[in-house]
Design a protein around this ligand. Structure first.
Ligand code: GUN
Length: 290
């Protein structure tokens, strides 16, 4: 029997903890944490993610501001909005939802965010600090993954951990966190150019699937008793849901789960944890600023 990791439950537990702390902080300071999100264009997935982030702010008593900009916005205009948010004292942290239109450099925008307000943890200063173990904002998805591993008391020390995918947002940072002192996993990062990928994944005690290809991880790639964290959230059309879309993970769940000790579902696994991590980062920023 495998344990289905309940990210929804853990995330609502943490939201209650955050809401309690917000109440106390508000009594002390008269203020509540304030998160802003910049959404460029009308990409369906980004609209959904940002609306979940705004809703989560309401649930825990944060203030939130949604800044909408059209697809046609120039890089200069977006950079000037970032500058404005950097200098707005009423805002504790903000994110610029990715991806951005092709004519805007994501790197430039990320580097323009004040590292002290970079609650996404994407700025090179924060990634650099995280890499050498200094306090910093940890990117939300990797942070949510580590929290799930911790709360389910999954042993990481000396375990073979294979991370599939090398994105700056998930694969690379989570590989760094898993190899940290105190976590102590032996980490292999595999990607599109990896030779013998299947064989490497088969040797894993813990698999982090963050490649963005639906059902990429098949039963034949998983050894008995493995722990699987599925970060995939590809939207596919569906006539069975109200929205007309459903989310597919990177793991062929139905066939793989019976071989696992622990596995996260999609949806309801990593996704809700990502949002909670963003709230935790914003709370951390609020505390530092007050
Ligand atoms: N796009 C997909 N995930 C993320 C995220 O965690 N933060 C931002 N800003 N954009 C994203």
């Amino acid at each position: 029997m495998y344990t289905k990791i309940d990210g929804k439950k853990i995330s609502s537990d943490i939201k209650l903890e955050i809401a309690e702390e917000v109440k106390n902080l508000k009594e002390k300071t008269g203020k509540e944490p304030h998160l802003a999100a910049v959404l460029v264009g009308h990409d369906g997935a980004s609209e959904t993610y940002v609306s979940h982030k705004v809703k989560a702010c309401e649930q825990v008593g944060f203030k939130s501001t949604l800044v909408r900009m059209e697809d046609s916005v120039s890089e200069e205009e977006l950079l000037s909005k970032v500058d404005e948010l950097n200098n707005d004292d009423s805002i504790d942290g903000f994110i610029v939802q990715l991806p951005l239109p092709d004519h805007i450099s994501e790197d430039k925008v990320i580097e323009a965010v004040d590292p002290a307000k970079d609650v996404d943890g994407f700025h090179p200063v924060n990634l650099g600090k995280m890499t050498i173990g200094l306090p910093s904002f940890i990117p939300a998805t990797p942070s949510g993954i580590m929290e799930l591993i911790k709360r389910y008391e999954i042993e990481t020390s000396g375990k073979n951990c294979v991370v599939i995918g090398r994105s700056n947002i998930v694969g690379r940072p989570v590989s760094i966190l898993l190899s940290k002192k105190g976590v102590d996993a032996t980490v292999t990062l595999v990607h599109s150019r990896t030779k013998n990928l299947e064989e490497t994944v088969r040797r894993a005690d813990i698999i982090i699937a963050a490649i963005g290809i639906p059902e990429f991880v098949k039963e034949s790639m998983v050894s008995d008793g493995a722990v699987i964290i599925d970060v995939g959230t590809t939207r596919v059309k569906s006539d069975k849901t109200k929205s007309g879309w459903k989310l597919k993970g990177d793991v062929d769940f139905d066939n793989v789960a019976p071989k696992c000790s622990f596995i996260t579902p999609v949806p309801g696994g990593v996704g809700p944890m990502t949002i909670v991590s963003l709230l935790q980062n914003t709370l951390q920023s609020f505390r530092q600023r007050n």
